[in-house]
Design a protein around this ligand. Structure first.
Ligand code: GLU
Length: 425
C-alpha cells in the first residue's frame, strides 16, 4: 500500500497529464516537492519536573497563490510524511476554493490529552518560538487542525505578538472570538461541508438513487468538524444514524438524538477529551458498533470526519453508501478511490468538502488585518458564497472533461497554480 504522501503526489502527477493546454509545464516540478521543511523538537519541563520532548514540523509546500496557509495538528501518530501530504493537500484545497493562499501544514507528535493545561500551553508557545521567523500574516498563517483548538491558537498568537513586539492577530486564524477570532469560524468546516452536500443533492436530485427519505447519514468522528456537521445536517432534516469517536461507534437505524449528544458533549466535555466516550453519552440507548462497521453501513451518505487512510483497498469493496463526503483530510486512499469509482460510489473530495474551514479562516484573516468584526450571519453568508462558487467551478470541470469530483477539483486547482506561475514567469 502506498503512503498518504505518495498517494497525494501521484494524484497531482496524474492530474498534470490530463490537463488540456497546461499553462505552465514547470508546475509539476514545483508542486511535486515542498518549498521548505522545518523539522525540530519541542522541549519543556513537564509537571513532574522531567524534561519532555516531542518531534515537530512545519512544512511550507507552495506559495504561488499567496502566503502559506494551513493548520497545526497535535496527534500521537503525526509524522513528517503526514505533514507533507497535508501541506500539499492545503495547496490544492486553497486553489480549488480560489483563496489567495498557498499551502502549508504543521504538527507535533504528541497526544494532547496526555498533557496538563500548563504543559499544553508551554508546548504551543514553544512551537511558535521555533517557527517564528518563518511565519506571519503575509508569510505563513497557521490555524487549528486535529487536536488543536481556539485556546491553543490564542496562546500561539499571544506568543507571536510578544516576539514581534506588537499585537499581530492576522498571524493565526481559528482564534477565540474574545482574542480577535471570527464569529462562525468554529463551525465553518461543518457548515461548508453541509453547503457542498446540499448543492450536490440538488444537482443529483433525479439522477442519484437515494434509498431513504430523508437521507440517512453516518459520520466517523465527532470532534469539531464531525459534531458541527452533525448538528447542521440534523437541523436541516437529514437523519444521522451512526456516529463515532476514537473509542467506538453508536448506531440507531431510526436516527440518533444528535441534540442530546451535543448537549452532553458540551456539559461533560465528551469526545474532545477523555472524560466520557460517545457510547457512555448515548447511555445505552443505541447499538454499539465498531468504527469499521460504521464505514460499511447501508446509509445514503458516509462522512469520514476523523483521520486519513480510513477507506482503503481492504474495505472499499464493502462500502454500501451511495456517496462519500470527505470532511477529514485524505480519508480515502488512491487505490480505494479507484474501487469506489468503479462501483459507482460518488466521492466528494476533502479539498472541496472540507474547505469551509480555510474559507472561514480567510474571512477571519481579513477581519484581523483590517481590525474589523462581522456578525456570524455575515461570515456564514460569505463562506456559503465561496462554497457555492467552488462547487459550481468543480462541477463545470467535471462535466466538461467527464471526470470524477476529485480529479476535476485537482485539474482546476493545478490549472490555477500553473496560470499564476505563468503570470509571474
Ligand atoms: N486545518 C484546516 C484544514 O485542513 C483549516 C486550515 C486553515 O484554516 O488554515 O483545512
Amino acid at each position: 500500500m502506498s503512503t498518504f504522501l505518495e498517494n497525494t503526489q501521484k494524484i497531482v502527477e496524474d492530474t498534470v497529464k490530463i490537463i488540456p493546454d497546461l499553462p505552465n509545464s514547470d508546475v509539476l516540478s514545483r508542486l511535486k516537492k515542498p518549498d521548505r521543511i522545518l523539522e525540530f523538537e519541542i522541549e519543556f519541563q513537564g509537571d513532574d519536573g522531567t524534561v519532555k520532548k516531542f518531534p515537530a514540523w512545519r512544512v511550507q509546500w507552495n506559495n504561488t497563490l499567496g502566503p502559506y496557509k494551513g493548520g497545526v495538528r497535535f496527534h500521537q501518530d503525526s509524522s513528517k510524511d503526514e505533514v507533507m501530504a497535508l501541506a500539499l493537500l492545503m495547496t490544492i484545497k486553497n486553489a480549488v476554493v480560489g483563496l489567495p493562499y498557498g499551502g502549508a501544514k504543521g504538527a507535533v507528535r504528541v497526544d494532547p490529552r496526555s498533557l496538563s493545561q500548563r504543559e499544553l500551553k508551554l508546548l504551543s508557545r514553544e512551537y511558535v518560538r521555533k517557527i517564528f521567523e518563518y511565519i506571519g500574516p503575509d508569510k505563513d498563517v497557521p490555524a487549528p487542525d486535529v487536536g488543536t483548538s481556539p485556546e491553543i491558537m490564542d496562546w500561539m498568537v499571544d506568543e507571536y505578538s510578544i516576539l514581534a513586539g506588537h499585537w499581530e492577530p492576522a498571524a493565526f486564524t481559528g482564534k477565540s472570538v474574545e482574542k480577535g477570532g471570527s464569529r462562525g469560524r468554529d463551525i465553518a468546516t461543518g457548515f461548508g461541508g453541509f453547503i457542498i452536500l446540499r448543492e450536490f443533492l440538488k444537482f443529483r436530485n433525479s439522477k442519484l438513487e437515494i434509498r431513504n427519505s430523508p437521507p440517512k447519514v453516518a459520520i466517523q468522528g465527532f470532534g469539531n468538524v464531525g459534531a458541527n456537521f452533525a448538528k447542521i445536517v440534523h437541523q436541516n432534516g437529514l437523519k444521522i444514524v451512526a456516529l463515532s469517536d476514537s473509542k467506538g461507534a453508536i448506531y440507531n437505524p431510526d436516527g440518533l438524538d444528535v441534540e442530546e449528544l451535543l448537549k452532553i458533549q458540551k456539559e461533560r466535555g465528551v469526545l474532545n477529551n477523555t472524560k466520557c466516550s460517545l457510547e457512555e453519552a448515548a447511555g445505552g440507548k443505541c447499538k454499539t458498533i465498531s468504527n469499521e462497521e460504521l464505514l460499511e453501513l447501508g446509509v445514503d451518505i458516509l462522512v469520514p470526519a476523523a483521520l486519513e487512510n480510513q477507506i482503503t483497498e481492504n474495505n472499499a469493496g464493502t462500502i454500501r453508501a451511495n456517496v462519500v463526503l470527505e470532511l477529514a483530510n485524505g480519508p480515502t486512499t488512491e487505490e480505494a478511490d479507484r474501487i469506489l469509482e468503479r462501483r459507482g460510489i460518488e466521492v466528494i473530495p476533502d479539498i472541496l468538502a472540507n474547505s469551509g474551514g480555510v474559507a472561514g479562516s480567510y474571512f477571519e484573516w481579513l477581519q484581523s488585518k483590517e481590525q474589523k468584526w462581522w456578525d456570524e450571519e455575515t461570515v456564514l453568508k460569505k463562506i456559503e458564497e465561496v462554497m457555492n462558487g467552488a462547487f459550481v467551478d468543480v462541477k463545470k470541470t467535471k462535466e466538461e472533461l467527464n471526470l470524477s469530483w476529485r480529479k476535476a477539483a485537482y485539474v482546476m486547482a493545478t490549472k490555477r497554480v500553473a496560470e499564476a506561475m505563468k503570470k509571474a514567469a
